[in-house]
Design a protein. Sequence first.
Length: 230
Amino acid sequence: MPEPLIVSPVFERLFSGFAPGEAERVMAVSSTRVLRRGEVLFREGEPASALYVVEAGRVKLTQTTPGGQEVILRYLAPGDAFAAVALFERSTFPVTAQATERTRVRGWAREVLPQLVRDHPRFEANLLRIVSSHTREALSRVRELATEPVAQRLARTLLRLGDQVGRREADGSLLIERITQQEVSEIAGASLFTVSRTLADWEEEGILETGRQRYRILDRERLAGIGGGG
């Protein structure tokens, strides 16, 4: 007799409200893939062949402008679902997904998705709830870029990254790692010089500490105040 499939707590949001044994049946038609740091899972414009959830590690979603510039849209942490466009026939990936560290993703091939959502309506509902939260965040970023000063955008960017991929430390601080200042500046829509200068000012004020590709938020309340309470 095969060993029972154990569902990781990582999938708690995706399987919320499931009946006993239902999550195991959904997992049984999935597969896993391990990505090296820097490895691309799929590229923008390719046929949307599968739906994915990050099981371990981190994934960066980007788009490329007509001029060839890469724009970072979001970092994904364990439990984040992405590529839900695979639910629709003849769709293509709207983004490129790349691992920023050794990463394991679980995928459901497009071919199994129609039957999956028919048999498990809660699966589709939970998936769309996760994806809609990503969409709301993207819309908020567009509004921020159009209306808010750099310091406010930068504060919101760091708070968002902390929520997405940060790690709570024993002293209560929030550590964000393996993200360059150039990447932070791209997400915040600001020049590298301005971001560097602003981070240095905040470090002097005791709001955060910075290092090579790392940011430790020491005073989240003050940073949220700069971000307008975000």
